[in-house]
Ligand binder design. Structure first.
Ligand SMILES: NC(=O)c1ccc[n+]([C@@H]2O[C@H](COP(=O)([O-])OP(=O)(O)OC[C@H]3O[C@@H](n4cnc5c(N)ncnc54)[C@H](O)[C@@H]3O)[C@@H](O)[C@H]2O)c1
Length: 255
């Protein structure tokens, strides 16, 4: 268990799936949570409260500058500071695996607008507060798919590669203010979103089995498998770690 007492953490995309698991775990470890999502975060706030923590939901569209500024301002209004940001929101649910030649141009733009530009907007929104407070920790959620070169999700995998590269460049810019920036690359994790990547249940089963076979640890991966890594990177235990990627995938990719 990481010690996150007195820390304030914003989790984008916290209304469901992996983001919701982050909110619950970080609250258990003592952090006050702001769940930012376009979807309703009431269920997440309830889980945070049941975990003994403090939680707040602020409806946020990370592609909208005013909305991300409001997200950061609401965190400071409620809790007085911002220590951590988990950039977890992304266009993932609803994507269907298909050849790169068949990707719809509007979907391409949406993926990059949310997954890449949205990440930038959220970093910009918290930056003045972290700078003034003398530091902070940002975690960008990328994906093991960038290391595997997973086929048939060309736009998504490219966007997560950008998130990885942005982590390194921002770590170098923000380090002077004691703001740390790291990424996590999750392996294929069972969530509503990942289970819907194909309409064909046979594709899902094949994908699921292949992922297990490729791993050193032979089992399916759950959101709970990711939360410890995030808690560590937000805690003072990782205070000299920045610009790094922590690959959490049960050992499918060793790099
Ligand atoms: N599930 C996996 O196998 C897997 C693997 C690697 C990486 N990831 C990454 O982990 C993260 C969470 O994945 P998940 O499986 O829980 O998917 P998900 O689609 O359920 O979660 C994404 C969340 O982001 C929110 N969101 C989308 N657009 C937004 C916007 N414009 N503003 C604010 N919020 C927005 C959604 O409402 C949702 O709550 C994503 O970044 C995903 O790319 C997932």
């Amino acid at each position: 268990m990481a010690n996150l007492e007195n820390k304030v953490v914003i989790v984008t995309g916290g209304a469901r799936g992996i983001g919701q698991a982050f909110c619950e775990k970080l609250a258990k470890d003592g952090a006050a949570i702001l769940c930012a999502d376009v979807l309703d975060g009431a269920e997440t706030v309830d889980l945070v409260t049941k975990a003994g923590g403090r939680g707040l939901y602020v409806k946020t569209d990370i592609t909208d500058v005013a909305s991300t500024k409001n997200m950061a301002a609401e965190a400071v209004k409620a809790y007085g500071r911002i220590d951590g940001l988990v950039n977890n929101a992304a266009v993932y649910a609803g994507l269907k695996m298909c050849p790169f030649t068949d990707i719809n141009e509007a979907e391409w733009d949406k993926v990059y607008n949310v997954n890449v530009k949205g990440n930038w907007q959220c970093c910009k929104a918290v930056f003045p507060y972290m700078k003034e407070a003398g530091g902070g920790s940002i975690i960008n959620i990328s994906s093991t798919s960038i290391l595997q070169g997973v086929p048939l999700l060309f736009h998504y995998v490219g966007s997560k590669g950008a998130v990885w590269a942005m982590t390194r460049t921002l770590a170098n810019e923000a380090g002077v203010y004691n703001i740390r920036v790291n990424s996590i690359t999750p392996g294929y994790t069972l969530t509503d979103a990942s289970m819907q990547l194909s309409d064909n249940p046979e594709d899902f089963n094949k994908n699921y089995e292949r992922n297990i076979n490729d791993r050193a640890l032979k089992r399916g991966m759950m959101p709970a498998d990711l939360v410890g890594a995030a808690a560590f990177l937000l805690s003072d235990e990782s205070s000299f770690i920045t610009g790094q990627n922590l690959n959490v995938d049960g050992g499918s990719v060793h790099y």
